[in-house]
Write a protein that binds this ligand. Structure first.
Ligand SMILES: Nc1ncnc2c1ncn2[C@@H]1O[C@H](COP(=O)(O)OP(=O)(O)OP(=O)(O)O)[C@@H](O)[C@H]1O
Ligand SMILES: [Mg+2]
Length: 511
């Protein structure tokens, strides 16, 4: 066997590389097994044809094949990675090298072309990149959540002081001082707006104090007809398509209403010239391999659909981030979708946005479906309306302002109050003075949490009525129904009501 023959056999047998030759004009003159394997053509189908055949139409249009040959001719080599097309039209990711072949006299006799199929590597890379991106996204959301939650928590405390103080001042200002009352009213409204904002932030951070109830989503939406109509305005048509059967979920009804309203207002804003907003409520069964990484099961689906501006990919990705808004300063807080997302997650569901630029948006809230049977269990017992006697109370909070404010509210109602800035201090005074009728404590305190304090107090005074004030969603574990919970910030009436029900509970025989 001659050298030339041996060489032809060698090249012909290589299966992992497409190795073939082009004439100086770019027509295929030889073909090997590798070329046949990943391009799909047999030698007789392809020899004589121009090699631009393997390029995508976009690349052909941009004259990439000609550019490749010119580059190889001029600089002695062309190397690149890119998409190439197989005979069946499918694409593969190729690593391509083109070398010019020059005869001893220095004439160009053609090109040697070596191609490798890197599709698998490319796909693995893409997958890795996507996974990295998803991880980054979720870490970012978690960080933003922690940050937002922290800020909101502190602001909540400040606002509690502002609102509580205002209430007391308002009472001291003479009834005929209308101007002062107007001013105070303005301040109260501003502070209340602050509370609403912090509530949305806490919702996003999933630290919201939720009061879940069993509700029928359809009934909830029906009950919102008025407020929805008013929020959408006269240029909008509201269409509701509600399931015939009840769609029962365990969710905080006020929050669900806020969520639906936020979505409807977004839909309105996406259609400045008017249009139709559709709200659909239905039941969907998800299996294990659903797109939302939810557990298999039945879900309530609340969808708000518009045919407005839609969002590009980048906007859609950022839309649920807190403070992301395209509506301009003073127009949107960027907390609407954050709140909806947080509510969904905290309620065991998912919020899904799907949007096409120029076509419209469907915002979907998925919540685990509940069977309606357990309703009764969760119904709260009616509250007894007893007048509250003057009590001897112990109030504990590490925040001096909040503590002062709480004490002032209680004293104003005729109770006498001892204050303590920490659990340790509370335990000290509790042993010294005459017995307290009730303990009111903050949950989040350094060294000793409210829950830990309660446990310690109960070992000393097992029947002591307690109120636990908390701005967080997490129910401290192991606290029974004897702990009355109070979400911050609270108004005087709410505080007094909590104290009253704690002390009433204590007197009533326990079931
Ligand atoms: N239905 C929709 N169509 C088009 N874009 C939307 C839609 N819903 C949300 N977006 C985009 O997502 C952004 C964030 O929405 P989000 O509800 O969180 O805040 P916002 O509406 O800007 O402010 P706020 O809710 O406080 O009024 C919006 O600014 C808008 O760019
Ligand atoms: Mg909004």
């Amino acid at each position: 066997m001659g050298d030339a023959e041996r060489f032809r056999l060698l090249v012909g047998a290589v299966r992992d590389y497409a190795i073939y030759m082009l004439d100086p004009g770019g027509h295929v003159v030889s073909w090997n097994a590798g070329a046949e394997r990943f391009k799909g053509y047999k030698a007789e189908e392809v020899i004589g044809r121009h090699f631009s055949l393997f390029y995508t139409p976009e690349d052909q249009e941009r004259r990439i094949p000609e550019f490749a040959l010119d580059t190889a001719k001029v600089s002695g080599k062309f190397e690149t990675e890119g998409w190439r097309v197989r005979k069946d039209g499918s694409r593969f990711w190729a690593h391509v090298v083109i070398d010019p072949i020059i005869d001893p006299e220095g004439n160009l006799v053609g090109f040697a072309k070596i191609t490798r199929d890197l599709t698998e590597r490319r796909e693995a890379q893409d997958k890795l990149e996507k996974a990295k991106e998803a991880l980054f996204q979720s870490q970012k959301m978690e960080a933003i959540g922690r940050f937002t939650g922290g800020v909101a928590h502190d602001f909540n405390n400040l606002l509690a002081v502002v609102l509580g103080g205002l209430e007391l001042v308002q009472r001291r200002v003479g009834n005929d001082d209308h101007q002062a009352h107007r001013l105070l009213d303005n301040i109260r409204q501003a502070a209340q707006r602050g509370v609403n904002l912090t509530q949305r932030m806490l919702a996003f951070a999933r630290r919201q104090e939720l009061k879940p109830e069993l509700i029928d989503v359809c009934a909830q939406i029906r009950g919102m007809a008025d407020i929805l109509d008013r929020s959408l305005g006269p240029d909008m048509t509201l269409v509701t398509r509600l399931s015939r059967q009840p769609v029962t979920v365990l969710v905080d009804p006020t929050q669900l209403e806020m969520a639906a309203l936020n979505l409807a207002v977004n839909a309105r804003d996406a259609m400045p010239a008017g249009g139709t907003v559709a709200i659909e409520v239905d039941i969907e069964t998800l299996d294990d391999s659903n797109d939302h990484s939810l557990n298999a099961g039945r879900y309530a689906v609340l969808a708000v659909i518009d045919h407005g501006t839609g969002m590009d990919e980048e906007t859609a990705r950022q839309a649920i981030e807190p403070f992301f808004s395209t509506k301009g300063i003073g127009k949107g807080t960027g907390l609407g979708l954050s709140m909806v997302h947080g509510l969904a997650e905290q309620s065991g569901g998912r919020f899904v946005l799907s949007s096409t630029l120029g076509k419209g948006t469907t915002a979907t809230l998925l919540l685990p479906l509940q069977s309606a049977v357990i309703t009764e269990e969760l119904e709260r017992s009616a509250m007894e309306a007893l007048p509250s006697p003057a009590l001897n109370l112990l109030a504990v909070d590490d925040d001096a302002l909040v503590l002062m404010n709480t004490a002032a509210m209680l004293e104003e109602a005729g109770h006498s109050v001892t204050t303590a800035y920490s659990g340790q201090e509370a335990l000290k005074v509790i042993g010294q003075s005459k017995p307290f009728d009730a303990l009111i404590t903050d949950q989040g305190m350094p060294n000793m949490t409210g829950q830990q304090l309660i446990e310690r107090v109960w070992t000393l005074f097992p029947k002591m009525p307690v109120v636990l004030a908390t701005g967080y969603a997490e129910t401290p574990p192991g606290l029974g129904p004897d702990v009355i919970r109070l979400s911050k910030p609270f108004l005087q009436a709410q505080l007094l009501e909590a104290v009253r029900s704690a002390t009433v509970n204590a007197i009533r025989p326990r079931q």
